[in-house]
Design a protein around this ligand. Structure first.
Ligand SMILES: Cc1cc2nc3c(=O)[nH]c(=O)nc-3n(C[C@H](O)[C@H](O)[C@H](O)COP(=O)(O)OP(=O)(O)OC[C@H]3O[C@@H](n4cnc5c(N)ncnc54)[C@H](O)[C@@H]3O)c2cc1C
Length: 315
């Protein structure tokens, strides 16, 4: 018992150590481990991965990697890339929609420019009967991202959705405030996840169980108020509790979905698909994979072992 405890502590320390040195490791080395979480660097690779998932009865949401840009020129370039993505993916009839991070369009440089670029993307998606999800980024972005969502929702009620992070203490009051936009014809469409950024204790729950509880409270609120939810988690406990809530509110199958990240917990993913629930996988691709990967690596509890395996076993 004592021996197992000591080994667990040592692995945790090793994980933390690797997490801290990762951003300083050579990119090629990080790629060895990262590639399982990323469809590739090109749009063709993103489309191929999506088609394979579609063949396995799984929908996708496409994400072009990149965030926290420095110039508005980069923002425009990103907008143009999203326009191409939407055109190519819809032309190929890929079963999926699109996710984007507002900081890629200049959220922290010029909010109005950012809004106008995202509006252009959502308008194109709407013209193709598709959908754009606004990812939620760190706490400095939350108010601005909610505001952009509110404005777009008024114009495109069926084509835009937002992410809600369960670790934020404000989550339930955000949901209450947003509920005024909910309607029977166009239910609000949220992705509910735990949240991935490092946030201070005064604004975000730090305790694992508290985050789980807030996730379930938020899910309960959304289902009770007939909002559409993308239940985005790989946490078995949350998946099982979600089944119970779906049953409790007798939610029809077309009023929710499960979502997972590309390359994470495929067994759990398949078990959800087998039960007949809609599953959507978040498919990130692009040249800017480094920031995304290091965040994924940091949150993976088995990271140390996986990296060592990736480096030494798979060469
Ligand atoms: C579709 C989708 C979209 C997301 N969008 C956002 C967003 O917009 N904003 C945001 O802040 N966060 C986003 N996230 C990330 C999310 O907030 C969590 O950080 C992440 O999903 C891990 O939480 P979890 O619920 O899976 O629970 P955890 O307790 O972290 O994980 C449960 C189990 O899943 C497995 N697992 C989890 N992550 C990994 C991994 N990287 N590698 C291998 N195994 C792993 C492990 O076995 C772990 O024990 C998104 C997640 C998903 C699934």
């Amino acid at each position: 018992m004592y021996h197992t405890f000591t080994i667990t502590i040592k692995i945790e320390m090793l994980n933390r150590l690797i997490a801290n040195i990762l951003p300083r490791m050579p990119k090629k080395l990080v790629w060895v481990f990262s590639k399982r979480y990323i469809a590739g660097e090109t749009i063709e690779e993103g489309m191929l991965a999506s088609k394979l998932l579609n063949e396995n009865n799984i929908a996708v949401t496409i994400d072009l990697l990149g965030e926290f840009i420095e110039t508005l020129g980069q923002a425009e370039e990103n907008k143009n890339q999203y326009i191409e993505i939407i055109n190519r993916f819809t032309d190929e009839n890929i079963k999926g929609n699109f996710s984007l991070k507002p900081t890629m369009f200049g959220l922290l440089i010029d909010t109005e420019v950012c809004y106008s670029y995202i509006r252009e993307i959502v308008a194109l998606a709407a013209s193709k009967n598709s959908f754009v999800r606004i990812d939620m980024e760190d706490s400095q972005c939350v108010d601005r991202e909610i505001d952009i969502f509110r404005r777009l929702r008024l114009e495109f009620p069926k084509n835009v959705g937002l992410v809600i992070q369960a670790y934020m203490r404000r989550t339930l009051s955000d949901l209450e405030a947003l509920s005024e936009l909910n309607s029977k014809e166009s239910p609000l469409n949220f992705r509910l996840c735990k949240g991935i950024y490092i946030e201070p204790e005064n604004i975000a729950f730090q305790d694992f169980k508290e985050v789980q509880q807030n996730f379930l409270d938020a899910l309960d609120y959304m289902l009770k108020n007939k909002m559409y939810v993308g239940i985005a988690t790989h946490d078995k406990h949350l998946v099982n509790e979600s089944y119970k809530l779906l049953e409790k509110y007798k939610v029809p199958k077309d009023k929710y979905e499960f979502q997972m990240l590309f390359g994470v917990t495929p067994d759990l993913r398949n078990s959800i698909v087998k039960r007949g629930h809609l599953m959507r996988v978040y498919v990130p691709y692009g040249k800017d994979w480094f920031g995304y990967s290091t965040r994924r690596l940091k949150e993976n509890p088995k990271m140390a072992t996986e990296i060592i395996k990736a480096l030494f076993v798979r060469g």
